[in-house]
Write a protein that binds this ligand. Structure first.
Ligand SMILES: [Zn+2]
Length: 166
């Protein structure tokens, strides 16, 4: 299992719009496996390809309510409402937490690793939060961009670092 190093805030790859995947081939399958390994090692609940230095529109998600899954070329086709999510974190901004503004409801379309079309409808839950967080990454956006005020970012002491991050 290949574990790729996580890229941190300040790395330009995190601010680029990710490229669409044209062909879901063996190279993509190997990349996705390495993304799962990297996410699991870092104890995250989601990881986007730019976070491991790859500028492609792919994310992996592993949350308690679902089997781990992959979204390729995901699109938010519709979103509704606004809520404040508390204590969100990101593997690329280690040691910090914030309360970003997020949609209440999201509709997402994507491809899975077998190029099958998959759809999600999530409302006011962790799935909605993580889908939006990862798809933000693919637009070059980070949760800290959704804070009303960057000074709201809270620095954790190192003992709290084991909480799930995206
Ligand atoms: Zn993140």
């Amino acid at each position: 299992m290949i574990v790729r190093p996580i890229r941190y805030l300040g790395d330009p790859v995190l601010r680029k719009k990710a490229k669409q995947v044209e062909l879901i081939n063996d190279d993509i399958h190997v990349l996705v496996e390495s993304m799962f390994s990297s996410m699991n090692k870092a104890q995250g609940v989601g990881l986007a390809a730019p976070q491991v230095g790859v500028n492609l529109a792919i994310a992996v998600i592993d949350i308690p309510t679902h089997e781990p899954f992959t979204i390729i070329n995901p699109v938010i086709t519709k979103s509704n409402g606004m809520r404040i999510v508390e204590n969100e974190g990101c593997l690329s901004v280690p040691g910090y937490r914030g309360n970003p503004e997020r949609s209440i409801e999201v509709f997402v379309e994507a491809r899975d690793v077998n190029n099958k079309k998959i759809k999600f409808h999530a409302q006011d839950n962790l799935l909605a939060q993580v889908l939006e967080h990862e798809i933000d990454h693919l637009q070059g956006s980070l949760y800290i961009d959704r804070l009303k005020d960057i000074n709201e970012l809270v620095k954790l002491n190192s003992l709290d670092w084991n909480d799930p991050e995206e």
